[in-house]
Write a protein that binds this ligand. Structure first.
Ligand code: ADP
Length: 626
Protein backbone atom coordinates (compact mmCIF):
# COMPACT_ATOMS: atom_id res chain seq x y z
CA UNK A 1 0.00 0.00 0.00
CA UNK A 2 1.45 3.28 -1.13
CA UNK A 3 1.27 6.43 0.96
CA UNK A 4 -0.08 9.29 -1.09
CA UNK A 5 0.77 12.93 -0.66
CA UNK A 6 -1.79 15.64 -0.09
CA UNK A 7 -2.25 18.21 -2.82
CA UNK A 8 -0.27 21.41 -2.22
CA UNK A 9 -3.12 23.62 -1.09
CA UNK A 10 -4.58 20.93 1.13
CA UNK A 11 -1.21 20.42 2.71
CA UNK A 12 -1.07 24.05 3.70
CA UNK A 13 -4.43 23.91 5.38
CA UNK A 14 -3.45 20.67 7.03
CA UNK A 15 -0.20 22.13 8.39
CA UNK A 16 -2.19 25.02 9.70
CA UNK A 17 -4.46 22.66 11.59
CA UNK A 18 -1.71 20.43 12.95
CA UNK A 19 0.25 23.36 14.29
CA UNK A 20 -2.74 25.36 15.34
CA UNK A 21 -2.51 27.38 18.51
CA UNK A 22 -6.17 28.21 18.15
CA UNK A 23 -7.99 28.12 21.46
CA UNK A 24 -11.38 26.90 20.29
CA UNK A 25 -10.21 23.61 18.91
CA UNK A 26 -13.52 22.11 19.94
CA UNK A 27 -15.06 23.33 16.69
CA UNK A 28 -13.65 20.21 14.99
CA UNK A 29 -16.72 18.39 16.29
CA UNK A 30 -19.04 20.93 14.70
CA UNK A 31 -17.29 20.33 11.37
CA UNK A 32 -17.52 16.56 11.54
CA UNK A 33 -21.15 16.67 12.63
CA UNK A 34 -21.96 19.09 9.86
CA UNK A 35 -20.33 16.77 7.29
CA UNK A 36 -22.30 13.83 8.69
CA UNK A 37 -25.49 15.82 8.51
CA UNK A 38 -24.74 16.74 4.89
CA UNK A 39 -24.09 13.09 4.08
CA UNK A 40 -27.50 12.21 5.43
CA UNK A 41 -29.16 15.04 3.57
CA UNK A 42 -27.60 13.67 0.40
CA UNK A 43 -28.78 10.15 1.12
CA UNK A 44 -32.28 11.33 1.91
CA UNK A 45 -32.41 13.39 -1.27
CA UNK A 46 -31.13 10.42 -3.25
CA UNK A 47 -33.79 8.17 -1.74
CA UNK A 48 -36.52 10.61 -2.72
CA UNK A 49 -35.30 10.71 -6.29
CA UNK A 50 -34.98 6.98 -6.57
CA UNK A 51 -38.19 6.25 -4.72
CA UNK A 52 -36.40 4.23 -2.11
CA UNK A 53 -38.13 3.40 1.11
CA UNK A 54 -35.93 5.38 3.48
CA UNK A 55 -37.11 6.66 6.77
CA UNK A 56 -35.68 10.02 7.73
CA UNK A 57 -35.92 9.11 11.37
CA UNK A 58 -33.48 6.22 10.86
CA UNK A 59 -30.72 8.66 10.09
CA UNK A 60 -28.55 9.39 13.10
CA UNK A 61 -25.12 10.61 14.06
CA UNK A 62 -23.42 8.83 16.92
CA UNK A 63 -20.53 9.99 19.04
CA UNK A 64 -18.58 7.44 20.99
CA UNK A 65 -15.63 8.28 23.23
CA UNK A 66 -13.23 5.59 24.45
CA UNK A 67 -11.08 6.78 27.31
CA UNK A 68 -8.77 3.77 27.34
CA UNK A 69 -7.98 3.85 23.66
CA UNK A 70 -8.10 7.70 23.71
CA UNK A 71 -10.27 7.66 20.62
CA UNK A 72 -13.36 9.58 19.67
CA UNK A 73 -15.54 7.93 17.05
CA UNK A 74 -18.14 9.78 14.99
CA UNK A 75 -20.48 7.55 13.02
CA UNK A 76 -23.16 8.40 10.49
CA UNK A 77 -25.36 6.31 8.25
CA UNK A 78 -25.39 8.78 5.41
CA UNK A 79 -24.43 8.49 1.79
CA UNK A 80 -20.84 7.34 2.48
CA UNK A 81 -17.86 7.55 0.15
CA UNK A 82 -16.30 5.26 -2.42
CA UNK A 83 -12.53 4.80 -2.59
CA UNK A 84 -12.38 7.43 -5.31
CA UNK A 85 -14.44 9.84 -3.26
CA UNK A 86 -12.23 9.31 -0.23
CA UNK A 87 -9.33 10.14 -2.47
CA UNK A 88 -10.77 13.29 -3.97
CA UNK A 89 -12.68 14.55 -0.94
CA UNK A 90 -10.12 13.98 1.76
CA UNK A 91 -6.93 14.17 -0.29
CA UNK A 92 -7.80 17.54 -1.75
CA UNK A 93 -9.33 20.49 -0.07
CA UNK A 94 -12.79 20.66 -1.54
CA UNK A 95 -13.29 24.37 -1.55
CA UNK A 96 -10.13 25.15 -3.46
CA UNK A 97 -9.52 28.87 -3.71
CA UNK A 98 -11.85 29.97 -0.98
CA UNK A 99 -8.97 30.39 1.44
CA UNK A 100 -6.49 33.09 0.92
CA UNK A 101 -3.10 31.66 1.75
CA UNK A 102 -1.23 34.87 1.19
CA UNK A 103 -0.98 35.42 4.88
CA UNK A 104 0.24 31.93 5.42
CA UNK A 105 3.10 32.98 7.62
CA UNK A 106 1.03 35.07 9.91
CA UNK A 107 -0.25 32.85 12.63
CA UNK A 108 -2.79 35.39 13.73
CA UNK A 109 -4.51 35.40 10.37
CA UNK A 110 -4.63 31.63 10.39
CA UNK A 111 -6.21 31.59 13.76
CA UNK A 112 -8.88 33.92 12.57
CA UNK A 113 -9.82 31.76 9.65
CA UNK A 114 -10.19 28.79 11.93
CA UNK A 115 -12.24 30.72 14.39
CA UNK A 116 -14.74 32.18 12.08
CA UNK A 117 -15.31 29.80 9.26
CA UNK A 118 -15.96 26.24 8.44
CA UNK A 119 -12.58 24.72 7.91
CA UNK A 120 -13.93 21.27 7.32
CA UNK A 121 -12.67 17.81 7.94
CA UNK A 122 -9.03 18.79 8.40
CA UNK A 123 -9.86 20.71 11.57
CA UNK A 124 -9.92 17.30 13.27
CA UNK A 125 -6.13 17.40 13.00
CA UNK A 126 -6.15 20.18 15.59
CA UNK A 127 -6.93 17.54 18.19
CA UNK A 128 -5.77 14.25 16.63
CA UNK A 129 -2.47 12.91 15.50
CA UNK A 130 -4.06 10.13 13.52
CA UNK A 131 -7.43 9.86 11.79
CA UNK A 132 -9.16 6.86 10.27
CA UNK A 133 -12.16 7.19 8.01
CA UNK A 134 -14.00 3.98 7.22
CA UNK A 135 -16.70 4.53 4.66
CA UNK A 136 -19.11 2.60 2.55
CA UNK A 137 -20.98 4.39 -0.19
CA UNK A 138 -24.70 3.77 -0.38
CA UNK A 139 -25.43 0.98 -2.89
CA UNK A 140 -21.82 -0.15 -3.04
CA UNK A 141 -20.51 -3.59 -2.02
CA UNK A 142 -17.17 -2.55 -0.75
CA UNK A 143 -15.90 -0.39 2.05
CA UNK A 144 -12.62 1.46 2.34
CA UNK A 145 -10.42 2.87 5.03
CA UNK A 146 -8.60 6.19 4.69
CA UNK A 147 -5.84 6.68 7.24
CA UNK A 148 -3.60 9.65 7.84
CA UNK A 149 -1.18 10.93 10.42
CA UNK A 150 -1.23 14.35 8.81
CA UNK A 151 1.99 15.56 7.27
CA UNK A 152 3.14 12.19 5.99
CA UNK A 153 0.21 11.79 3.62
CA UNK A 154 -2.56 9.21 3.62
CA UNK A 155 -3.37 5.63 2.64
CA UNK A 156 -6.56 4.07 1.32
CA UNK A 157 -7.25 0.34 1.59
CA UNK A 158 -10.30 -1.90 1.33
CA UNK A 159 -11.90 -3.02 4.57
CA UNK A 160 -15.02 -4.56 6.05
CA UNK A 161 -18.15 -2.58 6.87
CA UNK A 162 -21.72 -3.84 6.82
CA UNK A 163 -23.81 -0.78 6.31
CA UNK A 164 -23.56 2.40 4.33
CA UNK A 165 -22.15 5.49 5.98
CA UNK A 166 -18.95 6.75 7.51
CA UNK A 167 -17.10 6.03 10.72
CA UNK A 168 -14.44 8.53 11.67
CA UNK A 169 -11.98 7.58 14.41
CA UNK A 170 -9.88 10.33 15.93
CA UNK A 171 -6.79 9.29 17.84
CA UNK A 172 -6.46 12.20 20.17
CA UNK A 173 -3.19 14.02 20.73
CA UNK A 174 -1.38 13.71 24.04
CA UNK A 175 -2.13 16.49 26.50
CA UNK A 176 0.32 19.34 26.63
CA UNK A 177 0.82 22.12 29.16
CA UNK A 178 -1.46 24.34 27.12
CA UNK A 179 -3.96 21.89 25.72
CA UNK A 180 -6.16 19.34 27.35
CA UNK A 181 -7.27 16.84 24.73
CA UNK A 182 -8.67 14.38 27.27
CA UNK A 183 -11.63 16.66 27.72
CA UNK A 184 -13.00 15.58 24.34
CA UNK A 185 -13.53 12.14 25.84
CA UNK A 186 -15.67 13.44 28.67
CA UNK A 187 -19.41 13.04 28.41
CA UNK A 188 -20.17 16.48 29.81
CA UNK A 189 -17.75 18.20 27.44
CA UNK A 190 -19.13 16.45 24.38
CA UNK A 191 -22.65 17.38 25.45
CA UNK A 192 -21.56 20.97 25.92
CA UNK A 193 -19.87 21.23 22.52
CA UNK A 194 -22.79 19.65 20.71
CA UNK A 195 -25.26 21.92 22.43
CA UNK A 196 -23.15 24.97 21.72
CA UNK A 197 -22.52 24.45 18.04
CA UNK A 198 -24.80 21.77 16.70
CA UNK A 199 -27.91 21.85 18.78
CA UNK A 200 -30.06 22.53 15.79
CA UNK A 201 -28.79 19.83 13.45
CA UNK A 202 -31.97 18.19 12.25
CA UNK A 203 -30.78 14.62 12.80
CA UNK A 204 -30.37 13.19 16.28
CA UNK A 205 -26.82 13.23 17.60
CA UNK A 206 -26.66 10.34 20.01
CA UNK A 207 -24.19 9.11 22.60
CA UNK A 208 -24.20 6.29 25.09
CA UNK A 209 -24.36 7.94 28.46
CA UNK A 210 -23.92 6.38 31.84
CA UNK A 211 -26.40 6.82 34.65
CA UNK A 212 -25.97 5.62 38.13
CA UNK A 213 -29.10 4.81 40.11
CA UNK A 214 -30.39 2.68 42.97
CA UNK A 215 -30.60 -0.98 42.14
CA UNK A 216 -34.14 -2.19 42.24
CA UNK A 217 -35.05 -3.95 45.46
CA UNK A 218 -32.08 -2.54 47.35
CA UNK A 219 -31.64 0.50 49.51
CA UNK A 220 -28.02 1.38 49.10
CA UNK A 221 -26.77 -0.53 46.12
CA UNK A 222 -26.18 1.48 43.02
CA UNK A 223 -25.84 0.26 39.50
CA UNK A 224 -24.62 2.01 36.42
CA UNK A 225 -26.69 1.69 33.32
CA UNK A 226 -25.89 2.85 29.87
CA UNK A 227 -28.55 4.70 27.93
CA UNK A 228 -28.43 6.22 24.52
CA UNK A 229 -29.13 9.91 24.84
CA UNK A 230 -29.87 12.44 22.12
CA UNK A 231 -27.66 15.43 22.71
CA UNK A 232 -29.25 17.99 20.43
CA UNK A 233 -32.71 19.54 20.54
CA UNK A 234 -32.98 19.43 16.74
CA UNK A 235 -35.42 22.32 16.56
CA UNK A 236 -34.02 25.75 17.05
CA UNK A 237 -36.05 28.09 19.19
CA UNK A 238 -36.02 30.69 16.46
CA UNK A 239 -37.50 28.31 13.94
CA UNK A 240 -40.47 27.60 16.12
CA UNK A 241 -43.65 29.59 15.79
CA UNK A 242 -43.85 32.57 18.09
CA UNK A 243 -46.93 31.18 19.77
CA UNK A 244 -45.09 27.96 20.59
CA UNK A 245 -42.43 29.76 22.59
CA UNK A 246 -43.09 31.09 26.07
CA UNK A 247 -41.68 34.34 27.43
CA UNK A 248 -39.71 32.22 29.87
CA UNK A 249 -38.12 30.20 27.11
CA UNK A 250 -37.07 33.32 25.24
CA UNK A 251 -35.67 34.79 28.37
CA UNK A 252 -33.73 31.77 29.61
CA UNK A 253 -32.34 31.21 26.14
CA UNK A 254 -31.12 34.78 26.21
CA UNK A 255 -29.60 34.59 29.63
CA UNK A 256 -27.77 31.35 28.96
CA UNK A 257 -26.59 32.17 25.52
CA UNK A 258 -25.68 35.79 25.98
CA UNK A 259 -24.66 35.68 29.62
CA UNK A 260 -26.97 38.21 31.15
CA UNK A 261 -28.40 37.99 34.64
CA UNK A 262 -31.35 40.20 33.78
CA UNK A 263 -34.30 39.67 31.50
CA UNK A 264 -34.00 41.35 28.13
CA UNK A 265 -35.89 44.61 27.65
CA UNK A 266 -37.25 43.39 24.35
CA UNK A 267 -37.36 40.20 22.31
CA UNK A 268 -37.58 40.46 18.53
CA UNK A 269 -38.39 37.17 16.86
CA UNK A 270 -39.24 37.27 13.22
CA UNK A 271 -38.91 35.63 9.89
CA UNK A 272 -37.92 37.93 7.06
CA UNK A 273 -38.90 36.93 3.57
CA UNK A 274 -37.40 39.41 1.19
CA UNK A 275 -34.59 39.03 -1.28
CA UNK A 276 -32.86 36.91 1.34
CA UNK A 277 -34.88 34.71 3.64
CA UNK A 278 -33.83 34.46 7.22
CA UNK A 279 -35.02 33.88 10.74
CA UNK A 280 -33.83 36.19 13.42
CA UNK A 281 -34.05 36.25 17.16
CA UNK A 282 -32.81 39.51 18.66
CA UNK A 283 -32.63 40.83 22.17
CA UNK A 284 -32.33 44.36 23.50
CA UNK A 285 -30.60 44.21 26.87
CA UNK A 286 -31.81 46.26 29.80
CA UNK A 287 -28.38 47.32 30.94
CA UNK A 288 -24.98 47.82 29.40
CA UNK A 289 -22.43 45.05 29.86
CA UNK A 290 -19.57 46.22 32.06
CA UNK A 291 -17.22 46.51 29.08
CA UNK A 292 -19.76 48.07 26.72
CA UNK A 293 -18.16 51.46 26.43
CA UNK A 294 -14.64 50.06 26.15
CA UNK A 295 -12.55 48.88 23.24
CA UNK A 296 -12.76 45.26 24.34
CA UNK A 297 -16.50 45.04 23.67
CA UNK A 298 -17.20 43.14 20.47
CA UNK A 299 -20.47 43.71 18.69
CA UNK A 300 -22.07 41.10 16.48
CA UNK A 301 -24.80 38.53 16.02
CA UNK A 302 -24.44 34.80 15.78
CA UNK A 303 -24.72 33.67 12.22
CA UNK A 304 -26.24 30.32 11.34
CA UNK A 305 -26.49 28.64 8.02
CA UNK A 306 -29.54 26.49 8.27
CA UNK A 307 -29.10 25.60 11.91
CA UNK A 308 -25.32 25.30 11.89
CA UNK A 309 -23.36 28.01 13.64
CA UNK A 310 -20.88 29.53 11.21
CA UNK A 311 -19.84 32.62 13.10
CA UNK A 312 -20.18 33.56 16.73
CA UNK A 313 -20.00 37.32 16.38
CA UNK A 314 -20.71 38.53 12.91
CA UNK A 315 -19.96 42.23 13.30
CA UNK A 316 -21.11 43.13 9.80
CA UNK A 317 -24.70 42.43 10.73
CA UNK A 318 -24.98 45.36 13.13
CA UNK A 319 -24.21 49.05 12.70
CA UNK A 320 -22.15 50.50 15.57
CA UNK A 321 -25.08 52.45 16.95
CA UNK A 322 -27.00 49.21 17.47
CA UNK A 323 -23.97 47.35 18.79
CA UNK A 324 -25.82 46.60 22.04
CA UNK A 325 -28.25 44.26 20.29
CA UNK A 326 -27.67 40.55 20.96
CA UNK A 327 -29.02 37.64 19.05
CA UNK A 328 -28.72 35.54 15.97
CA UNK A 329 -29.55 35.23 12.33
CA UNK A 330 -30.20 31.96 10.55
CA UNK A 331 -30.38 31.85 6.79
CA UNK A 332 -30.62 28.97 4.39
CA UNK A 333 -29.22 31.21 1.70
CA UNK A 334 -25.76 31.35 3.23
CA UNK A 335 -23.22 28.66 2.56
CA UNK A 336 -21.54 27.01 5.53
CA UNK A 337 -18.02 27.28 4.27
CA UNK A 338 -17.97 30.89 3.33
CA UNK A 339 -14.61 32.59 3.81
CA UNK A 340 -14.12 35.81 5.67
CA UNK A 341 -13.40 37.87 2.61
CA UNK A 342 -16.42 36.50 0.89
CA UNK A 343 -18.51 37.16 3.96
CA UNK A 344 -17.45 40.78 4.04
CA UNK A 345 -18.48 41.31 0.47
CA UNK A 346 -21.40 39.02 0.59
CA UNK A 347 -24.37 40.75 -0.97
CA UNK A 348 -26.79 38.58 0.95
CA UNK A 349 -25.19 39.48 4.24
CA UNK A 350 -25.51 43.16 3.36
CA UNK A 351 -29.18 42.72 2.60
CA UNK A 352 -29.69 40.94 5.90
CA UNK A 353 -27.87 43.72 7.75
CA UNK A 354 -30.01 46.32 6.06
CA UNK A 355 -33.30 44.74 6.98
CA UNK A 356 -32.06 44.09 10.52
CA UNK A 357 -31.28 47.78 10.94
CA UNK A 358 -34.78 48.68 9.82
CA UNK A 359 -36.32 46.10 12.09
CA UNK A 360 -34.34 47.13 15.16
CA UNK A 361 -35.22 50.76 14.55
CA UNK A 362 -38.94 50.11 14.23
CA UNK A 363 -38.94 47.85 17.29
CA UNK A 364 -37.20 50.49 19.38
CA UNK A 365 -39.73 53.09 18.28
CA UNK A 366 -42.47 50.65 19.21
CA UNK A 367 -40.91 49.97 22.59
CA UNK A 368 -40.80 53.70 23.26
CA UNK A 369 -44.47 53.97 22.46
CA UNK A 370 -45.70 50.87 24.27
CA UNK A 371 -43.43 50.73 27.25
CA UNK A 372 -41.90 54.08 27.93
CA UNK A 373 -40.24 53.13 31.22
CA UNK A 374 -38.44 50.20 29.66
CA UNK A 375 -37.36 52.30 26.71
CA UNK A 376 -35.98 54.94 29.06
CA UNK A 377 -33.96 52.22 30.81
CA UNK A 378 -32.59 51.06 27.48
CA UNK A 379 -31.88 54.63 26.51
CA UNK A 380 -30.11 55.34 29.76
CA UNK A 381 -27.88 52.35 29.07
CA UNK A 382 -27.27 52.83 25.37
CA UNK A 383 -28.36 56.37 24.49
CA UNK A 384 -24.79 57.56 24.37
CA UNK A 385 -24.09 54.97 21.68
CA UNK A 386 -27.05 56.21 19.62
CA UNK A 387 -25.77 59.76 19.91
CA UNK A 388 -22.28 58.70 18.92
CA UNK A 389 -23.99 57.09 15.95
CA UNK A 390 -25.48 60.42 14.92
CA UNK A 391 -22.14 62.09 15.29
CA UNK A 392 -20.12 59.43 13.46
CA UNK A 393 -22.47 59.07 10.53
CA UNK A 394 -22.18 62.72 9.47
CA UNK A 395 -25.87 63.16 9.02
CA UNK A 396 -26.44 60.03 6.94
CA UNK A 397 -28.30 58.26 9.75
CA UNK A 398 -30.38 61.15 11.00
CA UNK A 399 -33.61 59.48 9.97
CA UNK A 400 -32.79 56.28 11.87
CA UNK A 401 -31.51 57.91 15.02
CA UNK A 402 -33.21 61.28 15.52
CA UNK A 403 -36.45 59.78 16.79
CA UNK A 404 -34.65 57.47 19.21
CA UNK A 405 -32.68 60.03 21.18
CA UNK A 406 -33.90 61.75 24.32
CA UNK A 407 -32.84 64.60 26.56
CA UNK A 408 -33.90 65.90 29.92
CA UNK A 409 -36.43 68.70 29.54
CA UNK A 410 -36.83 71.82 31.67
CA UNK A 411 -40.61 71.59 31.29
CA UNK A 412 -41.19 67.91 31.78
CA UNK A 413 -38.42 67.37 34.33
CA UNK A 414 -37.73 64.01 32.68
CA UNK A 415 -36.50 62.57 29.41
CA UNK A 416 -38.22 63.77 26.31
CA UNK A 417 -37.85 63.14 22.58
CA UNK A 418 -37.25 65.80 19.96
CA UNK A 419 -40.63 65.07 18.49
CA UNK A 420 -42.33 65.64 21.82
CA UNK A 421 -40.41 68.88 22.29
CA UNK A 422 -41.44 70.17 18.88
CA UNK A 423 -45.03 69.19 19.65
CA UNK A 424 -44.97 71.49 22.67
CA UNK A 425 -43.26 74.44 20.94
CA UNK A 426 -44.97 77.81 21.10
CA UNK A 427 -46.46 79.06 17.87
CA UNK A 428 -43.92 81.83 17.54
CA UNK A 429 -40.98 79.55 18.37
CA UNK A 430 -38.80 78.37 15.52
CA UNK A 431 -35.82 77.07 17.48
CA UNK A 432 -35.12 74.13 19.76
CA UNK A 433 -33.27 75.49 22.78
CA UNK A 434 -30.68 73.57 24.70
CA UNK A 435 -28.10 74.18 27.37
CA UNK A 436 -24.99 72.17 28.21
CA UNK A 437 -23.51 71.24 31.54
CA UNK A 438 -22.23 68.48 33.75
CA UNK A 439 -25.58 67.62 35.24
CA UNK A 440 -29.21 68.65 35.17
CA UNK A 441 -28.75 70.41 38.51
CA UNK A 442 -25.76 72.37 37.28
CA UNK A 443 -27.47 73.45 34.09
CA UNK A 444 -30.43 74.62 36.12
CA UNK A 445 -28.09 77.00 37.88
CA UNK A 446 -26.82 78.61 34.68
CA UNK A 447 -27.82 82.30 34.58
CA UNK A 448 -29.04 82.06 30.99
CA UNK A 449 -31.43 79.23 31.80
CA UNK A 450 -33.48 81.28 34.18
CA UNK A 451 -34.27 83.97 31.65
CA UNK A 452 -35.18 81.57 28.83
CA UNK A 453 -37.43 79.60 31.15
CA UNK A 454 -38.95 82.84 32.34
CA UNK A 455 -39.95 83.70 28.81
CA UNK A 456 -41.80 80.39 28.68
CA UNK A 457 -39.49 78.39 26.45
CA UNK A 458 -38.60 74.76 27.06
CA UNK A 459 -34.90 73.86 27.27
CA UNK A 460 -33.25 70.51 26.59
CA UNK A 461 -30.42 69.71 28.98
CA UNK A 462 -27.31 68.26 27.37
CA UNK A 463 -25.34 66.48 30.04
CA UNK A 464 -23.14 64.17 27.99
CA UNK A 465 -20.09 65.37 26.09
CA UNK A 466 -21.33 63.87 22.86
CA UNK A 467 -24.72 65.62 22.97
CA UNK A 468 -23.87 68.90 21.35
CA UNK A 469 -21.64 67.27 18.74
CA UNK A 470 -24.43 64.90 17.80
CA UNK A 471 -26.92 67.74 17.49
CA UNK A 472 -24.54 69.67 15.24
CA UNK A 473 -24.61 66.69 12.87
CA UNK A 474 -28.37 66.53 13.07
CA UNK A 475 -28.42 70.22 12.16
CA UNK A 476 -32.20 70.46 12.45
CA UNK A 477 -35.21 68.44 13.45
CA UNK A 478 -38.59 68.74 11.77
CA UNK A 479 -37.37 71.93 10.10
CA UNK A 480 -36.41 73.48 13.42
CA UNK A 481 -32.88 74.67 14.11
CA UNK A 482 -31.11 74.08 17.40
CA UNK A 483 -29.67 76.85 19.54
CA UNK A 484 -27.44 76.69 22.56
CA UNK A 485 -28.87 79.29 24.92
CA UNK A 486 -25.34 80.05 26.07
CA UNK A 487 -24.19 81.16 22.64
CA UNK A 488 -25.16 84.41 21.02
CA UNK A 489 -27.31 82.74 18.44
CA UNK A 490 -30.48 83.17 20.39
CA UNK A 491 -32.78 86.08 20.20
CA UNK A 492 -35.77 86.27 22.50
CA UNK A 493 -36.12 90.04 22.75
CA UNK A 494 -38.89 92.22 21.36
CA UNK A 495 -37.91 94.97 18.91
CA UNK A 496 -38.32 97.53 21.61
CA UNK A 497 -36.08 95.64 24.01
CA UNK A 498 -33.50 95.26 21.27
CA UNK A 499 -33.50 98.95 20.55
CA UNK A 500 -33.11 99.81 24.21
CA UNK A 501 -30.23 97.39 24.60
CA UNK A 502 -28.47 98.70 21.53
CA UNK A 503 -28.58 102.18 22.94
CA UNK A 504 -27.16 101.02 26.26
CA UNK A 505 -24.32 99.27 24.50
CA UNK A 506 -23.64 102.26 22.27
CA UNK A 507 -23.53 104.80 25.07
CA UNK A 508 -21.52 102.49 27.30
CA UNK A 509 -19.07 101.58 24.54
CA UNK A 510 -16.08 103.39 25.97
CA UNK A 511 -16.53 101.80 29.36
CA UNK A 512 -17.18 98.34 27.93
CA UNK A 513 -14.01 98.55 25.85
CA UNK A 514 -12.11 99.56 28.96
CA UNK A 515 -13.45 96.52 30.84
CA UNK A 516 -12.48 94.25 27.96
CA UNK A 517 -8.92 95.66 27.93
CA UNK A 518 -8.69 95.08 31.67
CA UNK A 519 -9.66 91.43 31.39
CA UNK A 520 -7.43 90.86 28.38
CA UNK A 521 -7.12 88.39 25.52
CA UNK A 522 -9.24 85.68 27.09
CA UNK A 523 -12.40 87.35 25.94
CA UNK A 524 -13.34 89.08 22.73
CA UNK A 525 -15.75 91.67 24.16
CA UNK A 526 -17.79 92.86 27.12
CA UNK A 527 -21.36 93.93 26.54
CA UNK A 528 -24.76 94.40 28.11
CA UNK A 529 -27.42 91.76 27.67
CA UNK A 530 -31.13 91.27 28.26
CA UNK A 531 -30.93 87.53 28.48
CA UNK A 532 -30.26 87.44 32.21
CA UNK A 533 -32.93 87.84 34.81
CA UNK A 534 -31.53 87.91 38.35
CA UNK A 535 -27.93 87.02 37.67
CA UNK A 536 -25.37 89.78 37.06
CA UNK A 537 -23.15 88.12 34.45
CA UNK A 538 -22.67 85.20 32.09
CA UNK A 539 -20.26 84.02 29.46
CA UNK A 540 -21.43 83.59 25.91
CA UNK A 541 -19.60 81.85 23.13
CA UNK A 542 -19.72 83.33 19.66
CA UNK A 543 -19.25 81.27 16.53
CA UNK A 544 -19.10 77.49 16.03
CA UNK A 545 -17.39 76.40 19.23
CA UNK A 546 -19.40 76.53 22.43
CA UNK A 547 -17.86 76.50 25.89
CA UNK A 548 -18.93 72.88 26.39
CA UNK A 549 -17.32 71.90 23.12
CA UNK A 550 -14.16 73.69 24.11
CA UNK A 551 -14.08 71.74 27.37
CA UNK A 552 -14.72 68.40 25.64
CA UNK A 553 -12.29 68.89 22.79
CA UNK A 554 -9.51 70.06 25.07
CA UNK A 555 -10.03 67.11 27.39
CA UNK A 556 -9.19 64.71 24.57
CA UNK A 557 -5.59 63.58 24.91
CA UNK A 558 -5.05 63.55 21.13
CA UNK A 559 -5.81 67.23 20.75
CA UNK A 560 -2.44 68.94 20.92
CA UNK A 561 -3.72 72.22 19.65
CA UNK A 562 -6.14 73.66 22.11
CA UNK A 563 -9.49 74.73 20.79
CA UNK A 564 -10.67 78.13 21.88
CA UNK A 565 -14.21 79.41 21.99
CA UNK A 566 -14.74 83.12 21.31
CA UNK A 567 -15.97 84.26 24.68
CA UNK A 568 -17.99 87.38 25.43
CA UNK A 569 -18.58 88.57 28.96
CA UNK A 570 -22.20 89.68 29.16
CA UNK A 571 -23.48 91.92 31.89
CA UNK A 572 -27.13 92.02 32.84
CA UNK A 573 -28.30 95.39 31.55
CA UNK A 574 -31.12 95.46 34.10
CA UNK A 575 -29.02 94.56 37.13
CA UNK A 576 -27.85 97.25 39.62
CA UNK A 577 -24.27 96.19 38.82
CA UNK A 578 -24.64 97.74 35.37
CA UNK A 579 -25.27 101.19 36.85
CA UNK A 580 -22.61 100.68 39.50
CA UNK A 581 -20.00 99.97 36.81
CA UNK A 582 -21.03 103.12 34.96
CA UNK A 583 -20.57 105.20 38.15
CA UNK A 584 -17.21 103.71 38.99
CA UNK A 585 -15.93 104.21 35.44
CA UNK A 586 -16.55 107.93 35.89
CA UNK A 587 -15.10 108.19 39.42
CA UNK A 588 -12.62 105.41 40.17
CA UNK A 589 -11.22 103.55 37.13
CA UNK A 590 -9.01 101.25 39.23
CA UNK A 591 -11.99 100.02 41.16
CA UNK A 592 -13.97 99.57 37.94
CA UNK A 593 -11.10 97.44 36.63
CA UNK A 594 -11.18 95.23 39.75
CA UNK A 595 -14.94 94.86 39.43
CA UNK A 596 -14.48 93.71 35.86
CA UNK A 597 -11.98 91.07 36.93
CA UNK A 598 -14.24 89.82 39.70
CA UNK A 599 -17.27 89.67 37.44
CA UNK A 600 -15.33 87.76 34.83
CA UNK A 601 -14.10 85.30 37.45
CA UNK A 602 -17.68 84.82 38.68
CA UNK A 603 -18.90 84.13 35.18
CA UNK A 604 -16.19 81.51 34.69
CA UNK A 605 -17.05 79.78 37.93
CA UNK A 606 -20.73 79.70 37.03
CA UNK A 607 -19.80 77.99 33.74
CA UNK A 608 -17.78 75.38 35.58
CA UNK A 609 -14.49 76.78 34.29
CA UNK A 610 -11.49 77.37 36.48
CA UNK A 611 -10.21 80.77 37.49
CA UNK A 612 -6.65 81.47 36.45
CA UNK A 613 -5.58 83.28 39.60
CA UNK A 614 -7.79 82.36 42.58
CA UNK A 615 -5.50 84.14 45.07
CA UNK A 616 -5.86 87.43 43.27
CA UNK A 617 -9.61 86.93 43.13
CA UNK A 618 -9.79 86.17 46.81
CA UNK A 619 -7.75 89.26 47.67
CA UNK A 620 -9.91 91.50 45.52
CA UNK A 621 -13.07 90.23 47.20
CA UNK A 622 -11.53 90.72 50.62
CA UNK A 623 -10.61 94.29 49.74
CA UNK A 624 -14.27 94.93 49.01
CA UNK A 625 -15.32 93.33 52.27
CA UNK A 626 -13.11 95.30 54.67
P1 ADP B 1 -16.73 20.52 2.98
O1 ADP B 1 -17.60 19.80 3.96
O2 ADP B 1 -16.70 21.97 3.21
O3 ADP B 1 -16.98 20.17 1.58
P2 ADP B 1 -14.68 18.92 4.18
O4 ADP B 1 -13.18 18.99 4.11
O5 ADP B 1 -15.26 18.96 5.53
O6 ADP B 1 -15.22 20.08 3.28
O7 ADP B 1 -15.16 17.62 3.48
C1 ADP B 1 -14.79 17.34 2.17
C2 ADP B 1 -15.78 16.44 1.52
O8 ADP B 1 -15.68 15.12 2.05
C3 ADP B 1 -17.22 16.82 1.70
O9 ADP B 1 -17.61 17.76 0.75
C4 ADP B 1 -17.93 15.50 1.50
O10 ADP B 1 -18.13 15.25 0.13
C5 ADP B 1 -16.92 14.51 2.00
N1 ADP B 1 -17.27 14.06 3.35
C6 ADP B 1 -16.74 14.50 4.51
N2 ADP B 1 -17.30 13.86 5.56
C7 ADP B 1 -18.19 13.00 5.05
C8 ADP B 1 -19.12 12.07 5.62
N3 ADP B 1 -19.22 11.88 6.95
N4 ADP B 1 -19.89 11.35 4.78
C9 ADP B 1 -19.80 11.52 3.44
N5 ADP B 1 -18.97 12.40 2.84
C10 ADP B 1 -18.18 13.13 3.64
Amino acid sequence: MRTKQFKAESKKLLDMMINSIYTHKEIFLRELISNASDAMDKLYYHSLQENLALNRSDLTINISPDKEARTLVITDNGIGMTADELETNLGTIAKSGSFDFKNDNEKKEDVDIIGQFGVGFYSAFMVSDKIEVVSKAFGSDEANKWTSKGAEGYTIEPCEKDTNGTVITLYLKENTDDDDYDQYLEEYKIREIVRKYSDYIRYPITMDCQHSHLKEGTEDEYETVTETATLNSMVPLWKKNKNEVTADEYSSFYREKFFDYEEPAKVIHTKIEGQVMFNTLLYIPRHAPFDYYTKSYEKGLQLYSNGVLIMDKCADLLPDYFSFVKGLVDSEDLSLNISREMLQHDAQLKLIAKSLEKKIHSELVKLMKDSRDTYEKVFTAFGMQLKFGLYNSYGTKNDVLSDLIMFHSSNEKKLTTLKEYVGRMKESQDTIYYACGESVAKIDLLPQVEAVKDKGFEILYFTQNVDEFAIKMLNEFDGKKFANICTDGIDLDTDEEKEELKEKNDTGKEMLDFLKETIGEEITAVRFTNKLKNHPVCLTAEGEVSLEMEKTLNAMPANEEKVKANIVLEINANHPIADKLGDLYGTDKDKAANYAKILYAQARLIEGLSVENPTELSNMICDLMV
